[in-house]
Design a protein around this ligand. Structure first.
Ligand code: 3K0
Ligand code: CA
Ligand code: ZN
Length: 373
């Protein structure tokens, strides 16, 4: 096996994840005052009845504890800071986890959108599934041994904390980056990626919009962090990550690129690539009971993550919209905590299926020999 240097990642020392974690972030960031680094309004938990959801601090404590209990297969590091200076952690799961082995890689992220808290729970459930199944479930053991899993449970920690401040929900979507004096706050992180940024009426140029794309591609620290991490996985000219899932809510959908156009080919997407997307997406939807379709069919978006993942990095990338199905009203993101378990474990089979294809996604259309030698 090829051994590589650790590269760009900074391993978070265990001390960062204790209650003093925000203190450590403070030492790493200049020019920020205490107010920007504490939870707004002194919030310590989710609103009443939703306490089973993970706050940023609880998420950090959980993944650190899991890594400490399973140091052979779990490592936590950071992809960088949010606008307000919070570390954005990434969990690596694989055998020989401290070695950069030459194994197919799968990337999973959650919570681009602040109020979609179930997405963080989904990422944490996948971590638990892998760790609990390792050594007991043969399929999971094999998929940990032969893959590298990268999991970013909370891309938008500032937004998540803001959404729960003051003991009630705020239906917040964007990050918490200011847009200048007198302007509304925040960028829609899922409109801020550079691939065909702002091309196609799938985002807004107005800071007041929920879908504000930001003043420039990758103007948000959080999307920069995701970009820099993914680019750091290009080794010897080859992107090591082959498949990617980003979790959102709501709608119960499995969505693939393109998101900005109804075209099924072009801009680097071949007919075979499209067939791979349809095959993988349909197979995942059979496993979780969701609807499978091209992202654009839901509504066109531009500057979104999956278009960049495939268009710029060649990664087979899907948006999964979690429970509930369509409709659901203006509080549809706030799924009762009793459903966290059933509605996240529901996706385990789809996730394992995708990981099983990470060695050569084209094998699902019978073209492994042609594309993967
Ligand atoms: O790839 C996509 O189609 C993203 C869909 C996503 C979005 O960014 O508009 N839907 S959400 O905002 O309701 N989670
Ligand atoms: Ca490994
Ligand atoms: Zn979303």
């Amino acid at each position: 096996m090829r051994i590589r240097p650790t590269g760009l990642l900074i391993v978070i020392a265990t001390c960062v994840l204790m209650p003093a974690q925000v203190g450590l972030a403070r030492t790493m960031v200049s020019g920020l005052d205490d107010a920007t680094l504490t939870v707004p309004g002194g919030t310590t938990d989710f609103p009443p009845g939703y306490e089973d959801y993970h706050t940023y601090a609880e998420m950090m404590a959980d993944i650190t504890a899991i890594a400490a209990a399973h140091p052979d297969i779990v490592a936590v590091s950071s992809i960088g800071l949010s606008y307000e200076g919070r570390e954005i952690p990434i969990v690596k799961i694989s055998d020989n986890v401290n070695v950069d082995e030459n194994e197919p890689e799968i990337l999973i992220d959650g919570l681009h959108h602040a109020r979609e808290h179930l997405a963080t729970e989904q990422a944490l459930e996948i971590i638990s599934m892998l760790v609990d199944g390792y050594g007991t479930n043969p399929r999971i053991t094999r998929l940990v041994d032969t893959r590298v899993w990268w999991i970013i449970p909370m891309v938008n920690p500032d937004g998540s904390e803001w959404d729960i401040h003051g003991g009630h929900f705020h239906r917040w979507r964007k990050n918490r980056q200011p847009n200048g004096p007198g302007q509304p706050i925040g960028t829609d992180l899922n409109r801020n990626y550079s691939f065909d940024w702002g091309c196609c009426s799938g985002s807004s140029g107005h800071p007041g919009s929920e879908y504000y794309r930001g003043p420039a591609p990758f103007s948000a620290p959080e999307t920069q962090d995701v970009r820099d991490f993914v680019e750091s996985r290009v080794i010897g000219g080859k992107q090591q990550i082959t498949v990617h899932l980003t979790f959102h809510s709501t709608g119960e959908e499995v969505l693939w690129p393109w998101a900005h156009t109804s075209a099924t080919t072009g801009e680097g997407m071949t007919r075979d690539d499209h067939r791979v997307f349809v095959a993988l997406g349909t197979a995942m939807a059979q496993r979780n009971g969701y609807t499978a379709e091209q992202s654009d069919k839901l509504y066109p978006t531009d500057g979104d993550e999956i278009d960049w993942m495939f268009g710029a990095q060649g990664i087979f990338s899907f948006t999964i919209e979690l429970y509930p199905k369509g409709g659901g009203g203006s509080n549809r993101w706030y799924t009762p905590e009793s459903l966290i378990g059933p509605e996240t474990t529901r996706n385990n089979s789809a996730v394992l299926y995708l990981a099983s294809k990470a060695d050569c996604p084209w094998k699902v259309i019978g073209k492994a020999a042609q594309y993967c030698g």
